[in-house]
Write a new protein. Structure first.
Length: 228
């Protein structure tokens, strides 16, 4: 409002000052209401693998020969204290025991190549569910060898051992033939699309029948007489 004693220029300046003050206050409030923005890094965020790789440093290449592997083990052993070597050896024994137990249970990750596959697992169950004469081959062979050693002074008695051993081998061969046929028929029924060769499955089954149950790897999952 213009007073009588004020000039027109003074009124305009006051109005402009008021407008500038209102504009400044509005801008400050607007700036305070906006969240602060973090300036960009100018590069993509590294992945977790890249960050861990930079943290670990360069990876040592794997040894190319056994001699190089032995040299690395020796160097590592020399750089460790006695207590650290004992702790590392204890850890290795624990891991080896765990791996062996998992292998005995039939874990596919720790089985040898010859024992891997669902067909091989089925063959093992079929073999373990029956009793076989071939299983007694090792004990009978040991008894025959002891008998031959004891009767070495008596050629007549010693000569009886060889026919018994030959007869046992013939019985095992006949039993192995029929066991192989039975195993292959059952495998083909359960796995019609299998690529396993018949002779390999039959031989695998025969070799398992010649082992004592407590010596079989993996450990039998079924008992004699169980239905498979």
């Amino acid at each position: 409002m213009k007073l009588p004693w004020q000039k027109a220029d003074d009124s305009n300046a006051e109005t402009a000052d008021s407008a500038d003050g209102a504009t400044a206050e509005s801008g400050a409030a607007e700036t305070a209401s906006k969240p602060a923005q973090t300036p960009g890094k100018g590069r993509p965020t590294p992945s977790r693998r890249e960050a861990e790789g930079r943290k670990r440093g360069p990876v040592t290449p794997a040894p190319q020969t056994r001699a190089e592997a032995r040299a690395r083990r020796k160097e590592l052993k020399n750089s460790m204290s006695k207590e650290e070597r004992k702790a590392a050896a204890s850890e290795r024994r624990t891991l080896a025991a765990e791996r062996r137990e998992l292998m005995m249970q039939g874990d596919e990750r720790y089985l040898p190549v010859r024992d891997k596959g669902q067909e091989k697992a089925f063959v093992r169950d079929l073999v373990d569910a029956k009793r076989h004469i071939s299983t007694m081959f090792i004990p009978i062979a040991v008894v025959i060898m002891v008998y031959m050693f004891v009767t070495v002074q008596s050629p007549t008695l010693s000569a009886l051992a060889m026919p018994l051993l030959i007869l046992l081998v013939i019985i095992m061969a006949v039993e192995g033939y029929f066991t192989g046929r039975r195993i292959n028929n059952r495998v083909r029924e359960k796995f019609p699309d299998t690529t396993e060769a018949g002779f390999r499955l039959g031989w695998y089954a025969f070799m398992r029948t010649t082992q004592l149950r407590r010596m079989r790897i993996p450990r039998p999952r079924v008992k004699p007489g169980d239905a498979v």
